[in-house]
Design a protein around this ligand. Structure first.
Ligand code: GN1
Ligand code: MG
Length: 370
C-alpha cells in the first residue's frame, strides 16, 4: 500500500502535535501495512508508526487493540515501579486519536493505529555475535517475566489455535487436498518431510492441553527482528509487534526466538547451503533467556526449550507450505516462490538441528541444570 491521501487523512485523526514533514512506507512485516511519519514540533522532530491492521488475519482487530492496551499498560507500570530509564524505548506506546480512542477506522471499516516510533534502534535479520544472541534471549525473557503476573485469561483469543500444531496440520491437509494453486506436484519432498515429523510436532501443544505445561501470557511472534536493539550501546531494549499476544506456553516464544536467532541465513534465503543451525548462538540465546526467566520456569518448561526451537520451526514450515499450496493468500510475498523458499529454509534448519541434536540437548542441560 502507498502513502496516499487516505493515509494522510487517517494520520490527521490522531492526537499528534506539530507539522507533518513526510511519510514513508515500511515493508518488513508479512501481515499489516506500516507507515512511518515525521512531524516537526517546535525545534524537534518526532516520528510515529501508523499501521493498518490486516482484517483478514485479525477478524476482530478491536480485540487485538484491547490486548495491546492491557499489556503495554502493565509493562509500563512495572517499568515505572522499577525506576527504569528510557521507558519510552522499552515498551511500545499507543497514541490516542483526537477523540481519545486507541484506533480509528477508514472508509472501508479497516482499523488503523499509531505508535510512538522508537528511534535510535536497530534490528537483526541474521545474528552473528554471541553477545547479541545473549541480549536477545534476555529481552524475550524479560518480556515473559514482566507479564508473568498478568492473568492471561483477561486476554482475547484474537487468532484461535494460532500455535496448535494439530490445527496447522489439518490446514495443510486441506490445502493438499484442494491444491488450489496447482503446485502440489512440486512440493512432494517437503510434504514427505513434514508428514514424517507430524507426531513429534504435537508434543508442545499436547503437553499444554494436558496441563503439564502451564498456561502463560505469550507474545507468539518473537522472531528476532521483533526485538529492538539500541544503536548507541547495543542493549536489547524492547519487544515489539504485540498483535498476537495471547495465552499459551512460553515455549512458543523460546521456540520462535531459537528458530530465528540460531539460523545463519534469512527466513527466505534461496541458497540452502547457507542455512545452518548455530549451536553457540543457541547457547547464548538460551543463557540470556534463562537468566531472566528462571524465577518462574517449571522443570517441564526448561526441559523442552531445545524442542521448542525445533517445534516452532516446524509449525512455520507447515504454515508457509500451506500458504504456498493455497496460492499465497496469507503472507505478503515478493515473488511466486516466496512461501516455498520460506518452507525450505525451515526444513533445512530442522535437518541441521537434528544433525547436532545431542549437542543441543547437552548445551541446554549445561545451562539449566548447573
Ligand atoms: C508473521 O508479523 P509478522 O509479519 O512478523 C506471522 C508469524 C510468523 C512470521 C514469520 C499473525 O509475522 O506468526 O512467525 O510472519 N504473524 C501472523 O516470519 O501470522
Ligand atoms: Mg507479527
Amino acid at each position: 500500500m502507498e502513502a496516499n491521501k487516505e493515509v494522510l487523512e487517517i494520520i490527521g485523526q490522531f492526537a499528534i502535535e506539530g507539522k507533518l514533514l513526510g511519510i514513508k512506507s515500511n515493508t518488513e512485516g508479512h501481515i499489516n501495512s506500516t507507515f512511518i511519519s515525521t512531524f516537526q514540533e517546535g525545534t524537534s522532530l518526532r516520528k510515529y508508526t501508523h499501521q493498518l491492521v490486516n482484517g483478514v488475519v485479525f477478524p476482530h482487530p478491536e480485540q487485538v487493540m484491547e490486548n495491546i492496551q492491557a499489556i503495554t499498560g502493565h509493562i509500563q507500570l512495572k517499568l515505572r515501579q522499577q525506576g527504569a530509564d528510557q521507558i519510552d524505548k522499552r515498551c511500545l506506546q499507543l497514541i490516542p486519536t483526537k477523540t481519545g480512542n486507541f484506533f480509528t477506522k477508514d472508509s472501508e471499516g479497516r482499523l488503523w493505529r499509531t505508535y510512538r516510533y522508537i528511534d535510535g534502534v536497530k534490528t537483526f535479520s541474521v545474528l552473528s555475535d554471541a553477545m547479541d544472541a545473549y541480549l536477545l534471549g534476555g529481552a524475550i525473557g524479560t518480556f515473559a517475566l514482566q507479564l508473568s503476573d498478568f492473568d492471561g485469561r483477561k486476554l482475547h483469543v484474537t487468532i484461535p489455535d494460532f500455535h496448535d500444531m494439530h490445527v496447522r496440520y489439518e490446514q495443510l491437509d486441506a490445502a493438499i487436498e484442494r491444491d488450489n494453486a496447482k503446485r502440489l506436484a512440486s512440493v512432494l519432498d517437503e510434504i514427505g518431510f513434514l508428514r514424517e515429523n507430524r507426531s513429534r510436532g504435537m508434543l508442545l501443544i499436547d503437553e499444554l492441553k494436558n496441563g503439564k505445561l502451564p498456561l502463560r501470557v505469550t507474545h507468539n511472534d518473537t522472531k528476532m527482528n521483533n526485538v529492538l536493539f539500541s544503536e548507541q550501546n547495543g542493549e536489547a531494549l524492547c519487544v515489539i509487534d504485540l498483535d498476537t499476544v495471547m495465552s499459551g506456553t512460553c515455549l512458543f516464544d523460546t521456540g520462535d526466538m531459537i528458530r530465528t536467532g540460531t539460523c545463519t541465513a534469512k527466513e527466505d534465503e534461496t541458497n540452502l547451503s547457507k542455512v545452518h543451525f548455530n549451536l553457540s548462538l543457541f547457547q547464548s540465546l538460551v543463557q540470556g533467556y534463562y537468566e531472566k526467566a528462571k524465577t518462574f520456569l517449571t522443570p517441564a518448561e526448561t526441559n523442552l526449550i531445545a524442542e521448542s526451537g525445533r517445534n516452532i520451526t516446524q509449525i512455520m514450515a507447515v504454515r508457509f507450505l500451506t500458504d504456498y499450496l493455497n496460492g499465497d493468500i496469507y503472507y505478503h510475498i515478493d515473488r511466486p516462490s516466496h512461501n516455498l523458499d520460506r518452507t525450505r529454509t525451515q526444513i533445512a534448519l530442522i535437518k541441521d538441528m537434528d544433525r547436532q541434536w545431542e549437542d543441543v540437548q547437552k548445551s541446554l542441560h549445561r545451562i539449566v541444570s548447573p
